[in-house]
Write a protein that binds this ligand. Structure first.
Ligand code: PBG
Length: 333
């Protein structure tokens, strides 16, 4: 009978030892908090399917971004919910549209103290709920949409956004936006490309948060969940068009895609723990079926371990607080 010499358990014996040898670490600066602002709202309003998250009023949004900056979060990602929608998403491009105004107010408060990102997509602003404008047959018209994205990009850059989150999944959107930004003199405004964004069931609660009017689905532009290799192809296209950061979304059901992208990306890689991922943890925790804090910590750590440098998560504020006060013994037992 021979006993093992190689005993990995030696390095698991105490919290201090586990801390020393941890391969992956989380810090508040890795985290980006998505925030919603609704036009004309007087008080923040809870979102039923996203416990703890709210639709902000313009004033409460500014306070939330100030708090995120004071906590040392890496950034915020802003989404606007307009009062009026139309076929071309006019509210996305006017300087007084809810999102453009919010960007200006937020930048006036925090300046360069935290990275302010803005969602660049038309779905919140169109009355049909699609991410672009439609052609006569009712299909999303790729190139007509690119022209709208160009206008939206310049409006957001003018309002002061540091990073534009291109989430529409139109072909050529990164290059089109880069051209428009550069032509307008905004060469310093960065792009975060949703490179591999899948047509996912996990976006359900987000659509409540933005009061989405979408009747069908987005399968003609968002990616097919069956496809892994295509994630790398989308990343390569976005890099060739000048993306500064690439993202994979959702995160947990797509960790294989995230690992592939992270293995070959020369630019920082982000991943989005989307509304449905967050809602599942909240729902299970509310039933007493899982330990909420441990599940949130483990899920975000897993996303980072798979290769994300940056994680967008609705739990960013709470998680940053926990990172300051680790549980004795560390997380997850
Ligand atoms: C679309 C967009 C979506 C999300 C953010 N921007 C997805 C969609 O409606 O198809 C989802 C984010 C989440 O679920 O948390 N521009």
């Amino acid at each position: 009978m021979s006993f093992p010499h190689d005993r990995p358990r030696r390095l698991r014996a105490t919290p201090a030892m586990r801390r020393l040898v941890a391969e992956t670490r989380l810090a508040p600066a890795d985290l980006v908090l998505p925030l919603f602002v609704k036009e004309g709202l007087a008080e923040p309003t809870p979102i039923g399917s996203m416990p703890g998250a709210v639709q902000h009023s313009p004033a409460s949004l500014v306070r939330a971004v100030r708090d995120a900056a004071d906590l040392g979060l890496g950034g915020v990602m802003l989404f606007g919910v307009p009062a009026v929608r139309d076929a071309r998403g006019s509210g996305a491009t006017g300087p007084n549209g809810v999102l453009n105004r919010a960007i200006r107010d937020v930048i006036a408060e925090v300046g360069d103290g935290i990275v302010v990102m803005a969602d660049l997509c038309l779905d919140e602003f169109t009355d049909h709920g699609h991410c672009g404008v439609l052609d006569a047959a009712g299909m999303v018209d790729n190139d007509a949409t690119l022209e709208r994205y160009q206008e939206m990009a310049v409006a957001q850059a003018k309002a002061g956004a540091h990073v534009l989150g291109l989430s529409g999944m139109m072909d050529g959107q990164v290059g089109a936006v880069r051209d428009a930004l550069d032509a307008a003199g905004y060469t310093g405004t960065a792009t975060l490309a949703y490179a591999a964004k899948y047509a996912s069931a996990f976006y359900g609660p987000f659509r409540d948060a933005v009061e989405s009017t979408l009747a069908g689905n987005r399968r003609t532009y968002q990616m097919d969940p069956a496809n892994r290799r295509e994630g790398v192809r989308e990343m390569e296209l976005d890099l060739a068009e000048g993306a500064d950061i690439v993202m994979v979304k959702p995160a947990m059901a797509y960790l294989d895609v995230l690992a592939d992208v992270a293995a070959s990306s020369p630019v920082p890689v982000a991943a989005y723990q989307v509304s449905g991922e967050f809602a599942m943890i909240e729902a299970a925790a509310a039933n007493g079926w899982i330990d909420r804090r441990a599940a949130i910590e483990e899920s975000v750590l897993s996303i980072k371990r798979a290769g994300a440098d940056i994680v967008l998560t609705y739990a960013a504020v709470e998680l940053a607080g926990w990172l300051r006060e680790p549980r004795s013994g560390g997380s997850a037992g």
